[in-house]
Design a protein around this ligand. Structure first.
Ligand SMILES: N[C@@H](CCC(=O)N[C@@H](CS)C(=O)NCC(=O)O)C(=O)O
Length: 203
């Protein structure tokens, strides 16, 4: 088994943090996104979508999509449960994880990919107006998230889940996108400081 990894890029990092929370270590094969190694014929044969992460099993099966990889390990190693316990909590984790992806991670990614000079070879064409269009959407969502976090320590409740991992990588991805959490969002900042201090965040 081997994990094709992409360094500080958010989706590979999401998978590594998840594995660290589970206490799972895997052989890692770095894919150099800066050198566009994900577009090489060798890597395209592993993932035709030319994205990371990708998990290659010993029988040659390849699982892509960071959350699909996380779900695979959740099924193999249920403790600690990171996708929720029971019907209600599991649905709430799914709801928040999807909300965070659709309304936070993807818009931050659109800003980064369409405005950062380092992304000009990866995002073709770059559309600066699309970057600008996403900025108010991010602010609107994180303001909502801040209100939610006023009443609970983690995104879904009292327990750390994969939704907190998606939230953490999204906030951290704001920095290269040249975005910042406004000082007034104190609950979001308190939550971020707590999850960023977990040992897994360094993965
Ligand atoms: N939905 C996929 C997204 C994968 C993805 O977009 N990965 C980025 C790094 S965060 C990538 O490989 N980018 C390379 C490129 O755009 O060429 C997942 O969750 O794994």
């Amino acid at each position: 088994m081997k994990l094709y990894d992409g360094g500080r890029a958010p989706n590979p990092r999401r998978t590594r943090i998840f594995l660290a929370e589970k206490g799972i270590t895997l052989p890692i094969e770095p894919v150099d996104l800066g050198a566009l190694q994900q577009r090489s014929a060798a890597y395209a044969a592993i993932n035709p979508l030319m994205r990371v992460p990708a998990l290659e099993l010993d029988d040659g099966t390849v699982i892509t999509e960071s959350i699909a990889i996380c779900r695979y390990f959740e099924a193999l190693h249920p403790d600690p449960p990171l996708f929720g316990r029971g019907a209600l909590e599991t649905a709430c984790v799914e709801m928040w994880n999807r909300r965070l992806e659709l309304h936070f991670l993807f818009p931050v990614s659109h800003v980064f990919r369409n405005s950062h000079p380092a992304m000009k070879d990866m995002e073709v064409p770059q559309v600066p107006a699309w970057a600008e269009a996403n900025k108010p959407r991010i602010l609107e969502f994180i303001t909502l998230l801040d209100r939610e976090l006023e009443s609970r320590p983690f995104i879904v409740g009292d327990a750390f889940t994969v939704a907190d991992i998606t939230g953490l990588i999204s906030v951290d991805f704001m920095k290269p996108a040249k975005l910042a959490v406004p000082d007034g969002l104190v609950h979001l900042k308190r939550w971020h400081a707590a999850v960023a201090a977990r040992p897994s965040a360094a993965a």
